[in-house]
Design a protein around this ligand. Structure first.
Ligand SMILES: [Zn+2]
Length: 508
């Protein structure tokens, strides 16, 4: 039985090889709209009736309903005659005779300049065309036939002749190749008048493409500022879990919407305000890049089955957002301290005190990290979601301290994360339901209480108690918070403070 199934599977895959759908995205016809056509070289199944646009995309934790931006959807037969199509809900098109379809065409309005009533798409997850650029987050203009999410596909981009294109996708002739719809969505494309720079981090080529509306930012200047961060990341991770990586930067003078960055397996995409490139602003940009780059570990290598087989039809939250975003934020900050890029004083100020203040003043403290995860796709949840970068990062930091304390300075959160990369990794998800239990088994029973209090529930964060474990005093006077080294720490506190500032040698 098994062999037959396997053989059958191979036969189908081979067929797919010859019949990959070819998506052509034309960014030259109009400065507000992408014209998309899909050529279908081989007959579709009679059951392939539903063409689906994404309701959300991995790593956005946001409802997007891309169908809102799609118009003039047509299915044509070989002779160019229209086949009946019916719109179903926000994101689906029902094709009456899929086996007769040779071409699909539609228009995708850019998300930047298209007003919507609710759920605006974050700019870094959106799309834009002007005469000098096209920003293509592929899920904003590509859909797939239900049942074919895992089929390979090809993408051709028609841009202006002088444009440069940056993407992590490999190219074959005029087509970019994607192994699956998920892979396409995981691979943004930036094209236009871009600057380019590259470097190597150990054996991994790092490529940077930058669009800068008023020319204040170049890939070379960004790379210079990012080099210390990249090296600190390498030291923290020991070995980078990717064999190439692309940074796509997009700077706009007056962005109209939420800016930020979005992580992918082999790239990350930034839409940021084009401020003056002062040292302080460059540091902010580098800190964001550090965060996105660390995502190659989580969620891109460590994630639950909900992320592994992603549901584009119905947004499905994973309760482990604390791990994907909270731990990432913590790691991307502390690796800079451990790598000597920022001082202890700056780390305490920016990554602890500042985060405590934002958690307390801008968000509802009664939301647990688990609730932030579970409700991120609804409108109330979207308002609290941002706290995952503050409260989530603080909780990850205290989990690190607790692990260091319980292991007597042998193993903190970094070491546990690297063990998880070894144990799981791409294609081998953690268990959505059992991961907390598995983590306790891997570590200490006390970690179960920590998870219960600070991830599942919203107990007040134990700033003073935890910082004292590593010999730091925590004091509040009015609204002011101070964290200082203890004058007379115990031997254990002294040892833990020293270890806390280091990447421990690995027993792997
Ligand atoms: Zn993130």
């Amino acid at each position: 039985m098994k062999r037959i199934v396997l053989f059958f599977f191979t036969a189908i895959s081979a067929l797919h090889g010859q019949s990959d759908l070819e998506y052509t995205i034309d960014a030259t016809k109009n400065t507000d709209t992408f014209f998309v056509s899909i050529s279908i070289p081989q007959k579709l199944n009679k059951t392939s009736q539903v063409f689906q646009f994404p309701a959300t995309a991995p790593g956005t934790y946001q409802t997007q309903n891309i169908g809102r931006f799609i118009s003039d959807f047509k299915a044509l037969n070989k002779k160019g005659k229209e086949i009946k199509v019916e719109r179903k809900g926000m994101n689906q098109f029902l094709i009456s005779k899929p086996h007769k379809v040779a071409t699909i065409t539609y228009k995708a309005a850019e998300t930047f300049d298209t007003p919507v009533k609710n759920y605006p798409v974050y700019m870094m997850c959106g799309s834009s065309i002007e005469t000098d650029h096209a920003l293509i987050n592929t899920h904003t203009m590509m859909g797939y036939f239900l049942g074919m999410q895992e089929s390979p596909l090809k993408i051709k981009l028609i841009g202006q002749p002088e444009w440069t294109t940056g993407t992590a996708l490999k190219k074959d002739g005029e087509f970019y190749l994607a192994n699956s719809f998920d892979h396409a969505v995981d691979s943004p494309i930036l094209s236009g008048k871009l600057s380019y720079a590259e470097t190597m981090v150990s054996t991994t080529p790092i490529r940077i493409f930058t669009y800068s509306e008023s020319g204040k930012f170049s890939s070379d200047a960004l790379l210079k500022k990012m080099e210390a961060m990249l090296e600190a990341s390498r030291k923290f991770l020991v070995k980078l879990p990717v064999d190439n990586y692309t940074f796509l930067y997009f700077f706009l003078s007056n962005p109209d919407g939420v800016t930020g960055a979005w992580e992918h397996s082999y790239s990350s995409e930034y839409v940021l305000t084009e401020n003056e490139p002062s040292d302080a602003y460059m540091k902010q940009v580098t800190d964001i890049a550090s965060h996105e780059f660390f995502h190659i570990v989580t969620p891109l290598n460590i994630h639950s089955e909900i992320i592994e087989s992603f549901n584009f039809v119905e947004p499905t939250p994973s309760q482990h957002l604390w791990l994907y975003e909270g731990v990432t934020e913590w790691a991307s900050n502390i690796l800079l301290y451990r790598g000597g890029v920022v001082s202890m004083e700056d780390y305490l100020k920016q990554s602890i005190i500042q985060k405590i203040k934002i958690n307390e003043n801008y968000f509802d403290k009664s939301w647990s990290l688990k609730r932030l995860a579970e409700e991120s796709f609804n409108e109330d949840g979207a308002k609290q979601y941002g706290n995952i970068y503050y409260k989530g990062s603080l909780v990850a930091g205290y989990l690190d301290i607790r692990l260091l304390e319980l292991s007597n300075g042998k193993r903190g959160l970094r070491e546990v994360i690297l063990e998880l990369v070894d144990k799981y990794g791409k294609g081998n998800p953690i268990s959505e339901d059992d991961f907390f239990k598995d983590l306790v088994k891997m570590t200490y029973p006390e970690i179960g209480d920590f998870i219960h209090d600070y991830i599942e529930k919203a107990e007040p964060l134990p700033h003073k108690e935890y910082l004292e474990k590593i010999g730091l005093n925590f004091t509040r006077t009015g609204g002011e918070i101070k964290i200082t080294k203890m004058v007379n720490p115990t031997d254990k506190q002294k040892m833990l403070l020293e270890i806390w500032g280091k990447n421990l040698p690995l027993e792997r």
